[in-house]
Design a protein around this ligand. Structure first.
Ligand code: PLP
Ligand code: ZN
Length: 420
């Protein structure tokens, strides 16, 4: 870590729009915008702070149909939309009346982020990290990944004409391995779990001065991309906040930044100030944040992941304590579900709304169901649940429970014999 801090001059070299500085989430200390992720004083995590201009709904609505419509609220240059990129975001928000009825809820929406260019929400964060990497003069786009980030980094680097180096655990789903490798770039499988891969990446980041490790040395910028999920939900609801949001938790970055995004919309006067509750969703096989929540602890104890929800399998979540803060402050909760419930969640969403989620979406739907059943979430209040990835990447999760009703000869009689 200290090598990274010392080997770069602490000066702003590019254009980060209205971003002002990096501020420490632990001690509040500020440092200039640069390739840093840890506070010089206390090693706390850094996040981007802004001097926002006057931002209007009309200005946003007149922007492109992707995350760059919110460019004034992101650490990116004004002409970012005109630089070749994967153009993620502005995915559909669907009214989920069938699922609401099934769960005994009054008003439910699914924010379907599987509609992004590489079929997960990770395209949002990578687009912002890539923009920052460019401004900082970094040459290689890299990451440790549980799968979806690998897809997004390899694709974004290809489109930007950059080199990429992606590190994954060796036992990842086949679909995620192939759909990363296809974009070119270098893909390295590491014998270990995600936390091992992440440790290795931090070590390499300390050595390679001109690499942008999207979720390591440019993590403060990367994280800002998740705010756009919150912005979009509010805009798509007609510029208002939902009362309850259910969000999957891996490192916890997405959940904390959706909270930040919703708070910014209120501060900027783009939505009326209304209370909202944030809920986090984890798999039992990797639920360090849910366990801390249930135990009333502030400290998140690392676990060794063992779940089919590999995209959420981070045993030592960097933003865990901030997730606990956000859900406790807003009156939400963090819950977790079994692998069987995850499979049920995938099937339930597909059957009721025609949306095929990956295991992370199964976690979130199953957690929503559990939150309603246990009375933690109010079924009479408007709720948005996130599907953050595409079921085609995790087919094995449902492979042994769905398939053809019958295999028949190509005759009407054969069809009638099986279909009554
Ligand atoms: C990475 C990921 C998340 C959550 O990521 P955080 O690390 O908590 O920001 C959620 N869903 C999917 C499908 C992901 O790939
Ligand atoms: Zn600090």
């Amino acid at each position: 870590m200290s090598t990274t801090l010392e080997s770069h001059p602490p000066t702003q070299t590019g254009s980060f729009g209205h971003a002002r500085a990096l501020v420490c989430r632990a001690c509040g200390g500020e440092q200039p915008l640069g390739p840093f992720y840890a506070c010089r004083e206390c090693f706390g995590p850094l996040e981007v702070a802004y001097d926002f201009p006057r931002v209007t709904r009309a200005g946003i609505e007149g922007g492109p149909p992707n995350i760059w419509r919110y460019r004034q609220l992101l650490p990116v240059r004004a002409d970012i939309a005109s630089i070749p990129n994967t153009e993620p975001g502005f995915t559909r928000l669907i009214k989920a009346d069938n699922l609401a009825r099934e769960l005994g809820m009054v008003s439910l929406w699914v924010k379907d982020d599987s509609g992004n260019p590489t079929h997960s929400f990770k395209d949002r964060v990578v687009a912002v990290a890539l923009a920052a990497g460019r401004e900082l003069g970094l040459k290689v786009l890299a990451c440790p990944s549980t799968g979806n980030l690998a897809n997004a980094v390899a694709a974004a680097a290809a489109r930007a004409g950059m080199k990429s180096v992606v590190f994954i655990p060796h036992d990842l789903e086949r679909a995620k391995v192939l759909s990363t490798a296809v974009y070119g770039g270098t893909l390295i499988a590491v014998k270990g779990n995600y936390d091992d891969v992440n440790r290795l990446a931090s070590e390499i980041a300390g050595e390679e001065d001109d690499w942008a490790f999207v979720n390591v040395n440019v993590r403060p910028y990367y994280s800002e991309g998740s705010k756009t999920l919150g912005y979009e939900v509010a805009e798509q609801l007609g510029w208002r906040l939902p009362r309850q949001v259910v969000i999957p938790v891996a490192s916890g970055s997405q959940l904390t930044k959706v909270d930040k995004g919703l708070a910014e919309l209120t501060q900027l006067g783009l939505v009326e100030s209304t209370p909202y509750r944030i809920f986090g969703a984890q798999a039992n096989g990797c639920s360090p944040v849910a366990e801390a929540f249930r135990a009333g602890r502030d400290v998140v104890r690392p676990v060794r992941p063992d779940t089919i929800a590999k995209s959420l399998a981070i045993g030592n979540p960097a933003d865990g304590p901030y997730v606990l803060d956000a859900v406790r402050r807003t009156g939400g909760a963090v819950e977790s579900v079994t692998d069987a419930e995850i499979r049920d969640g995938i099937a339930l969403l597909a059957r009721t709304e025609g949306v095929f989620a990956e295991t992370a979406g199964g976690v979130t739907i199953a957690t929503l169901k559990k939150l309603v059943e246990t009375g933690q979430l109010d079924p009479t209040q408007e709720t948005v649940v996130f599907n953050t990835g595409d079921g085609l990447k995790t087919l094995d999760a449902i492979a042994d429970r769905v398939g053809p009703a019958a295999t028949i000869e190509p005759t009407y009689a054969a069809f009638r014999a099986v279909f009554r």
